[in-house]
Design a protein around this ligand. Sequence first.
Ligand code: LMR
Length: 396
Amino acid sequence: MFDHVNAVPPDPILGIIAAHAADPNPKKIDLGIGVYRDEQGDTPILECVKKAEQILDSTQTTKSYLGPPGVKGFNSAITELIFGKDSAVLSDDRVRTVQTPGGTGALRVGADLIKAVTPDATVWMSDPTWANHYAIFPAAGLKTEIYPYFDGEKSALRFNDMMDALRQRGPDDVVLYHACCHNPCGVSPNPEQWEAITDLAAERGFTPMIDMAYLGFERGIEEDALSVRLFAEKCPELILASSCSKNFAVYRERVGAISVMGKNSEKAANVLTVINSLTRQNYSMPPTHGTGIIDIILHDEELTELWLSEVTGMRNRINGLRKTLVEKIHTAGIEKDFSFLERQSGMFSFLGLSVDQVTRLREEFSIYTVNSARVNIASFNDSNIDYFVGALRKVL
Ligand code: LMR
């Protein structure tokens, strides 16, 4: 059975972890995978998570199955957090949420759902999009296409081109958006642009699918939820894949959720039965340690406050690093304009380097980025930023 099997190339993002780990250079920098890092280069467990985990440990009495929905308190709390406690769609009972193994799990469940209910649908993805999007939707048997999004020359959103392309879409299409902190380019629509995008979705009748992996990392929880709330207000249906990996820093616990919004409560409930049958065939029931922790945090006022302050801390650090990087690049006499870094948000931005320059960074300086020159801004700190800027100056 395996005689004819050849090795497949490593995932472009995950391959960097291994390459960086094997590099003996003490000055090496991993600007690859999207994990938050503090000034020491660590990815710490949040205080709110440590406290909630202790509560969970001391109160949990069984590890027996919880059934397909997993931790129901997590499902409702994350739904309220994202859609807004007082939103009309929640009071009309039009949303159903179930936890999934991470945001990727949510995306895959969402893709399987689309395939199950509209097998001929085409999923439209921004150009560019997260590397794994290109794999997940075809793996579910779906057709995919791309719509214009990022202008590499200007390091900005191609808003008009995007709108022109989406104006051609209709009810057989699903359009995938990044709710905030676009991965990989860091460029997001502003609130007025989100109004126009969501108006267009309602007018054209395509289904919005939203990937929300960085809630709280752009401007704040309420602000970053705007895109989802506008779609919910204006469109009859939507699919949302959310992740708690980054904003609760529970990466390895695999905490995500799939939410569907239907035209009414009954339609949403029907879709949930499809989701439950799809997950049963796939992983049967979700892991509940991470969601148990977040359930505790979001149902405790003090822990929620602590969490909000910790998210704010992570967001402010990343934004501060963006500013510092632009200043240091300028001070180093680099002619190329990197001021766009400050106008972008979230963990990622493209540096606009060629593959040759990326290779030189890796081979001559042990600085690791994906070939697209996407960098994780959170990986910079006082001890490595000057080394990086020096290397950047040399390869430019
Ligand atoms: C990233 O883009 O680096 C993150 O979303 C982590 C991953 O799994 O790729």
